[in-house]
Structure formats: structure tokens, C-alpha cells
Write a protein that binds this ligand. Structure first.
Ligand code: PMV
Length: 319
């Protein structure tokens, strides 16, 4: 009754931002992302009939309070859906800078969804696994797959699932620029709720993101970095615009400086470089392998991590 799984984080090119159904984590818009090789989570789930509650460690530290509650609530969902009668010992190791807008919850809940079902020998397809992962964290649905994938917003639990995009684009790179490793000032969950409450700007954002998603789902297959990069950048800025209207921003002075630098490089040196940004101050650059050295040279004063395509979420061991 034991299984260990690994899942990779993903970075959205077209963002998910806002829940239509909070309990089921059904979003207002479909989203599209790229999974990344350098950030992943490995989680072992061991069901144990002697336990009276879930016991969870993250990077060797036992979780308590709301962090434990979030995992236990997720596990309750899994237990109810698949009639699992036991609590579990869960050990998770996160190879991701935590809570810095680098998608740690995506890889965490994808790995947990896979390990928690596999440990009880429940064999699920990736799209069904993605719906389970989604219940823990929306973006986790997309972490079932390596490379590019999309999360179809759907209308209920079964249809709000993620799928892989059948595209090999080996030159595609993202470069994470670590501006700040501190805990987020405001969680994505809370910020999303505030954004949704602001009717005017949020409505404009939904409309924009729906168009962006349709375009990206087609255009990505043309593998034109300028088209894909520009659309991703515009989409991220539109998401942050809806946030700004609610008085929330994740920009640090350094973030804005780097945004300006990206624009400068693009406009004056013709380097195909774009950025995207999530619920944290760190910027993720979008470019091609051939430009990585030049970009790193221009960003040598910043802590950077070059990201290639991650793998599908997979089981490492079972018992
Ligand atoms: O999955 P959550 O609840 O952490 O939300 C993720 C939201 C963004 O990272 C900002 C966008 C996305 O689609 O990943």
C-alpha cells in the first residue's frame, strides 16, 4: 500500500486565473503550459491502518496547521472518490524554490495524486489523474504531462481535465530569473478571489484569455518564438492587469527592471526574448536554445535557471 511518484512543475503560457466553482476548482478559462525539468516534486504515500490521521512531511519537516489541512482535505477527496479506508504517511520532497511564483503546488499535487491512487493500486488514465490533481491545485492538472499541455476548463469534475499537446519543440527554453525567494505576500488562491470580485476588469480578462487560449492552442504548432512569446507575454500582463485593478501586484522593483531589460533586448538587439510572470515577483523568460548564452550574458547579475521540457508525471516505486 505504498507508492512514490515524481511530477514536474509547469509554467503557464496562457494563464489560469479565477475559479468559477471554488469547491471543484473549475476555472473561468482554459490554460496552456510548459512543464520544466528543473523543478519537480517526489512524493511517497504509504497507507497505514494504524494511523488515525494523515502524517505529512515536506522536505523532512512535519506539516501542521493549514498546510497539513490542505493535504488532508485533498486526501479525504481521494479516499471518498476511490473508497480508500486508510490514512497515510506522506513524505514529499520539493525540488522547487517554495512559494516564489515557481509553481510548487502544481508539481506537489500532481505527484500526490499519482502516488495516492497508485499506492492503493488504482490505475487511472492521465486525464482522470489530472482531474484529481486539479482538486489540490488548479495548475497541478497540467503537471501530469511533460512538455506542452492544456487544461480544458470544462463544466464539471470529469470534463475539467488536462491533456498533452502533441508537439516536439526541442529548442524551446524558459529561463527562471529569481528576484526574490521569500514567501508570497498573498497566495494565488486569495489573489484570484479578489480579482474575480472586481467585475469590470475581471470580465475583460476572461474575454482576453479565452481568445488568447484559442490562438495559442493553434499557433504553438507553428513553433514561431516571436508569435508564441508575444502572446504569452501579453496574456501574463493582462492577468496582472486584472490583479492591479484589485490593488494587488507581485512586481518588485527588480521585476520591473528585468521586464524593461527584456523589452530593450528585443527591440534594440533583435533577440527573440519574452517574459511571463505568475503569482510572485520572479520572471520567466521565453526564448530558444540558440539565444540562451546571449540572454544569460545580459542577465548575469541575476540568479537564473535554464529550463527545458520536463517529463510526464511517473511512478518511481510501488509496494
Ligand atoms: O494552481 P494555483 O492555484 O497555484 O494557481 C496558479 C495560477 C498561476 O500560476 C498564476 C497561473 C497558472 O495557470 O499556472
Amino acid at each position: 500500500m505504498k507508492a512514490k511518484a515524481r511530477a514536474y512543475a509547469n509554467i503557464a503560457l496562457i494563464k489560469y486565473w479565477g475559479k468559477k466553482n471554488k469547491a471543484l476548482v473549475i476555472p473561468y478559462q482554459s490554460s496552456l503550459s510548459f512543464s520544466v525539468d528543473q523543478f519537480y516534486t517526489e512524493t511517497e504515500v504509504c497507507y497505514d491502518e494504524s494511523l488515525v490521521e494523515d502524517v505529512v512531511t515536506l522536505d523532512g519537516k512535519t506539516l501542521e496547521g493549514i498546510e497539513l489541512e490542505r493535504v488532508a482535505t485533498f486526501m479525504d477527496e481521494v479516499r471518498t472518490r476511490y473508497q480508500i479506508p486508510y490514512y497515510a504517511k506522506i513524505d514529499s520532497v520539493n525540488h522547487v524554490p517554495k512559494k516564489a511564483g515557481l509553481a510548487s503546488s502544481a508539481s506537489a499535487f500532481a505527484a500526490l495524486a499519482l502516488a495516492a491512487t497508485k499506492a492503493y493500486q488504482i490505475g487511472l488514465d492521465s486525464d482522470e489523474l489530472s482531474t484529481i490533481a486539479r482538486l489540490g491545485s488548479g495548475s497541478a492538472s497540467r503537471s501530469m504531462y511533460g512538455g506542452f499541455s492544456y487544461w480544458n476548463k470544462g463544466v464539471n469534475h470529469e470534463t475539467s481535465a488536462a491533456y498533452p499537446l502533441d508537439i516536439e519543440w526541442n529548442e524551446f527554453r524558459m529561463i527562471a530569473c529569481i528576484v526574490d525567494k521569500k514567501e508570497k505576500k498573498i497566495s494565488s488562491r486569495e489573489a484570484m478571489e479578489k480579482s474575480v470580485e472586481d467585475k469590470t476588469f475581471y470580465k475583460a480578462w476572461i474575454k482576453q484569455s479565452k481568445t488568447d487560449f484559442k490562438r495559442m492552442k493553434k499557433l504553438i504548432f507553428e513553433k514561431d518564438i516571436d508569435v508564441v512569446g508575444a502572446l504569452a507575454e501579453q496574456n501574463a500582463l493582462a492577468m496582472h492587469a486584472s490583479l492591479l485593478a484589485s490593488g494587488i501586484w507581485y512586481f518588485e522593483p527588480k521585476t520591473v527592471e528585468l521586464m524593461n531589460r527584456v523589452q530593450h533586448l528585443r527591440e534594440t538587439l533583435n533577440v527573440p526574448i519574452y517574459f511571463t510572470m505568475d503569482a510572485g515577483p520572479n520572471l520567466k523568460l521565453i526564448t530558444l536554445e540558440t539565444n540562451v548564452d546571449q540572454v544569460l550574458e545580459e542577465f548575469k547579475d541575476v540568479e537564473t535557471i535554464v529550463l527545458k521540457k520536463g517529463e510526464n508525471a511517473h511512478v518511481i516505486t510501488t509496494d
